[in-house]
Design a protein around this ligand. Structure first.
Ligand code: FES
Length: 85
């Protein structure tokens, strides 16, 4: 059986996005992934400032970009949906 492709989740770790919520989101995502045994399904990655700090925090889930989501639970919901696709 072919292994399912990992879902790539990228969070902007520039200081603005980090302070605007991505620090908490990163911790929640690591916990979510660990508790649900999803570390082989989700690939978490940080990246540097995208130069769009005003509309942050920025993240990318799979091939979709999101901005302004500060609630980690909302991010987890998006990830759950993306994993089902
Ligand atoms: S810190 Fe994320 S866009 Fe600048």
């Amino acid at each position: 059986m072919a292994e399912k492709e990992k879902l790539r989740v990228e969070l902007c770790m520039g200081s603005s996005c980090f302070a605007r919520g991505n620090s908490g989101t990163l911790m929640s995502l690591e916990e979510f992934s660990e508790q649900n045994g999803l570390s082989d399904r989700i690939e978490l990655e940080g990246h540097l400032c995208l130069g769009k700090c005003n509309s942050g925090p920025h993240m990318r889930i799979g091939d979709k970009e999101y901005s302004g989501i500060t609630d980690p639970d909302a991010v987890i919901d998006l990830i759950k949906k993306a994993l089902e696709e």
